[in-house]
Design a protein around this ligand. Structure first.
Ligand SMILES: Cc1cc2nc3c(=O)[nH]c(=O)nc-3n(C[C@H](O)[C@H](O)[C@H](O)COP(=O)(O)OP(=O)(O)OC[C@H]3O[C@@H](n4cnc5c(N)ncnc54)[C@H](O)[C@@H]3O)c2cc1C
Length: 346
């Protein structure tokens, strides 16, 4: 018989991220499919009561918490100790968690300490005749495997954006405190602060409904024989702000800085989409001034509806890679789109 533990960490403000509710959806579905199983929830954070209350209506029978200032921050030593203590208290055979950078870093080590195993980047979990299987990607998202494991506890990290979020309502629950001796954990890593771009300067937004991709064309000479990089920057930032879109890029564009060419100042390699970049998940994608070559478009695997704007009717997008290709000047199109979006807002 399997017992399921959903492991969550709270956000800085004590709330739960959407990805937590996605992992909860998986844990609750597993619980429903596995006859006789128990579902419990373990929370780690500076304070966890509000977070636990916010999902009170879920089918969990017990809540464990490792609570305190030391657990508000992402740090391997304290996160691993907290997760290990909760796993021991819960005695679960299946541990489900959201695949945030914080849990991805700490939980494989916890599985090792407990003699279990871990799978990261899981995008689906199913139960057939009582046998559990997970779907996950390998080789930079090129091959999908369906696999199961006999080893327990089995830690399953669910990729954010791959599942529907659980809609369970709030209420009041009682959280059992799991004590940890911090002297055992050690305090070798002190978090002295967090350096992050200002919220409106953050261009990578995994929860955005639209991915806006920029290609090298934005920095190339245009019909008048000139480049228009400042104008391109203004148009792209304007679109991102008005549409709350996430910014992706082709490799050629992010690589240009290394070649000393004019570049868009807000782009970094973190924005690169493709074979050697990211494979983001968004319901819609709009590619601009990007040729749509295979090494780039392979990163669009999880973009449901794809559109592209390119001057070239024979570009890669025209060869079955986009649902709609607008053969047009992206500078002119985005000016107009931004005007329409701004008018809609006012
Ligand atoms: C091993 C390997 C791995 C790679 N990995 C990646 C990867 O992860 N991601 C990635 O992106 N690439 C990757 N590449 C590179 C990839 O093959 C392409 O070279 C790259 O994607 C091209 O970028 P681009 O389309 O922005 O630039 P370009 O090929 O220069 O295309 C620019 C486009 O802009 C259009 N354009 C210009 N002006 C306008 C305008 N005003 N309006 C509309 N359109 C306009 C042009 O028609 C042209 O199609 C990889 C290559 C290799 C060999």
């Amino acid at each position: 018989m399997e017992d399921i533990l959903l492991l969550v960490h709270t956000e800085a403000d004590g709330s739960l991220a959407k990805s937590t509710r996605e992992a909860l959806h998986v844990a609750a579905t597993l619980h429903k499919s596995l006859a006789g199983s128990k579902l419990v929830i373990g929370l780690v954070g500076e304070s966890v009561q509000a977070a636990a209350d916010s999902i009170a209506a879920c089918p969990a029978t017990k809540y464990f918490g490792v609570i305190g200032k030391d657990f508000g921050q992402s740090r391997y030593a304290t996160d691993a100790a907290a997760a290990e203590a909760i796993c021991k208290a819960a005695q679960a055979t299946l541990v489900v968690a959201q695949a945030t950078s914080r849990w991805n870093r700490a939980l494989p080590g916890v599985a090792q300490r407990l003699g279990g195993s871990a799978d990261t980047h899981v995008v689906g979990v199913s139960v057939n005749d009582g046998k559990i299987a997970v779907n996950r990607w390998y080789y930079r998202q090129r091959m999908e495997a369906v696999q199961n494991r006999a080893q327990r506890p089995w830690v399953i990290l669910i990729d954010p954006g791959s599942q529907p979020a659980c809609q369970c309502q709030g209420g009041t629950v009682s959280v059992e405190n799991v004590a940890i001796q911090l002297s055992v954990v050690g305090q070798r890593t002190a978090v002295v602060g967090v350096r992050a771009p200002a919220a409106d300067a953050q261009t990578i937004r995994p929860d955005a409904s639209v991915l806006f991709v920029t290609g090298a064309g934005w920095t190339k000479k245009q019909a008048d024989g000139q480049t228009h990089v400042p104008e391109a920057e203004k148009l792209i930032l304007g679109f991102l702000k008005l549409a709350h879109a996430s910014l992706g890029s082709s490799k050629s564009l992010v690589d240009q800085s290394g070649e000393g060419q004019a570049v868009l100042s807000f782009l970094s390699h973190m924005n690169q989409v493709g074979q050697t970049g990211a494979t983001p998940r968004h319901p819609k994608g709009l590619s601009t001034c990007c040729h749509g070559e295979e090494p780039h478009t392979v990163g669009w695997r999880f973009i449901a509806e794809r559109r592209a704007i390119n001057l070239d009717p024979n570009c890669g997008w025209a060869r079955g890679k986009a649902d709609v290709l607008y053969v047009a000047d992206a500078f002119k199109v985005i000016v107009k789109v931004n005007e329409l979006l701004a008018a809609k807002k006012s």
